[in-house]
Design a protein around this ligand. Structure first.
Ligand code: ADP
Length: 401
């Protein structure tokens, strides 16, 4: 049976149609630049057929209709009838404290999702549009919401509370939520499979390093701490996000310079990170290329990023009181041997030692161990597969109905 996985962002819809008997995608793609006249559709079938088109697509509803049209088309399609899609799984970024696992979408769940909008204004409204559009298009088909925050709901109070007056938590729900949960969950479980051990017996650190970056400490399969917090801004240095800074810096800038809170939002979320530090790019590939060809600015950005990552790895070994495996995933984690090497440099004192050849070879979607034979900690590169987790959860809920 086939499950459609939808990930609706502010101006894009990513999709995968997954055949659950093999857990392989039949087709996947992306509709981007929604709302523009030159929105772009990119579609790829498992058998290699590809399709690209530029057209006027106004919103999520039109985008999902377009996806269905292509999935059914004679040239680039993979199904004969819409009824071949038995269930739809949606990525939802924020599940507040209400959802610690994936859930069937019901009118009550939609109400809670609307209530959570304030906590994730950049993401949840679009996720909700996607669910509403999909409910209209796939009449009678179950819709499942899978939350980025759910996996981190096991983080204990001492790690999720900020040292602010308690009323801000109680009244406004200000706490650490953590994100990328589906990815951390997937790679931690895959690491346990590769190690041939039950996840309940393992201490694992997972580093999801993409455009957004976060790291999680996972004890016995449960997330016990993670670097992203109330929003996906906290923690590691990212493409354009600053990660951890002294919280007084925004107040200082707003008080003394011509910066208002909207400017501040842009500075912290869109102008900082690799881009802000280097003045070159938010793309780590470009930063690495420039660094190799001698750019001091690129080296500075790379060094700050790698140092922050290393600091988190070391601190999470303390949180976990030991470590069995360190996992790297997502665009940078899966491809950048330089980042992995810099983050692990001189961590032999904590049991982490890389094999530089294996590290260099493990790129472009390869899965594998990159630790030296005498490293106490296993270091593993695992391509993430958030869509598969969403599809599996959707199937589980479908079967339980
Ligand atoms: P998203 O968080 O949007 O899903 P990805 O997981 O695709 O993003 O990660 C995007 C990041 O991965 C970009 O910074 C990109 O430069 C980086 N990346 C991809 N390939 C490489 C590579 N070969 N070397 C270094 N960085 C890479």
């Amino acid at each position: 049976m086939s499950i459609l996985v939808l990930n609706c962002g502010s101006s894009s819809v990513k999709y995968q149609l997954i055949e659950m008997s093999t857990e392989k995608y039949l087709a996947k793609g992306l509709v981007e630049r929604l709302g523009e006249e030159d929105a772009k559709v990119k579609h790829k079938c498992r058998d290699g057929r590809r399709f690209e088109e530029v057209k006027d697509i106004k919103n999520h509803s039109q985008a999902i209709k377009e996806v269905v049209r292509i999935l059914l088309s004679s040239e680039y399609g993979v199904i004969k009838d819409v009824s071949d899609i038995k269930a739809v799984g949606h990525r939802v970024v924020h599940g507040c404290e209400k959802f610690s696992e994936s859930t069937l979408v019901t009118p009550e769940v939609m109400k809670v999702l609307h209530d959570c909008k304030k906590l994730a204004p950049l993401h949840n409204p679009h996720n909700i549009h996607g669910i509403e559009a999909s409910e209209k298009l796939f009449k009678g088909v179950i819709q499942v919401a899978v939350f980025d925050t759910a996996f981190h709901q096991t983080i204990p109070e001492h790690a999720y509370l900020y040292a602010l007056p308690m009323e801000y938590y109680k009244k406004y729900f200000i706490r650490r939520y953590g994100f990328h949960g589906t990815s951390h969950y997937y790679v931690a479980h895959r690491a346990a499979e590769l190690l041939g051990k039950p996840i309940e017996s393992l201490k694992i650190i997972t580093a999801h390093l993409g455009n957004g970056c976060s790291i999680a400490a996972i004890d016995g399969g449960k997330s016990v701490d993670t670097s992203m917090g109330f929003t996906p801004l906290e923690g590691l240095v990212m493409g354009t996000r600053c990660g951890d800074i002294d919280p007084f810096i925004p107040i200082f800038l707003m008080e003394n310079y011509d910066v208002d809170y909207r400017d501040m939002d842009d500075i912290l979320n869109k102008e900082s990170g690799l881009l802000g530090l280097s003045g070159i790019s938010n793309d780590s590939r470009e930063i690495e290329e420039k660094m190799i060809s001698g750019s001091k600015e690129a080296k500075r950005a790379f060094d700050v990023t790698a140092y922050r990552l290393k600091k988190y790895i070391a601190s999470y070994i303390g949180v976990l009181c030991g470590l069995d495996a360190l996992v790297f995933t997502a665009g940078i984690g899966e491809n950048s041997d330089l980042t992995r090497a810099a983050a692990c440099e001189n961590l032999e004192c904590l049991g982490i030692k890389l094999d530089s050849e294996k590290n260099k070879e493990t790129v472009r979607g390869k899965e594998g161990f990159i630790n030296a034979d005498d490293s106490k900690v296993k270091v593993i590169v695992i391509p993430t597969n958030e869509e598969l987790v969403i599809a599996r959860d959707t199937l589980r809920i479908y079967k339980s109905m």
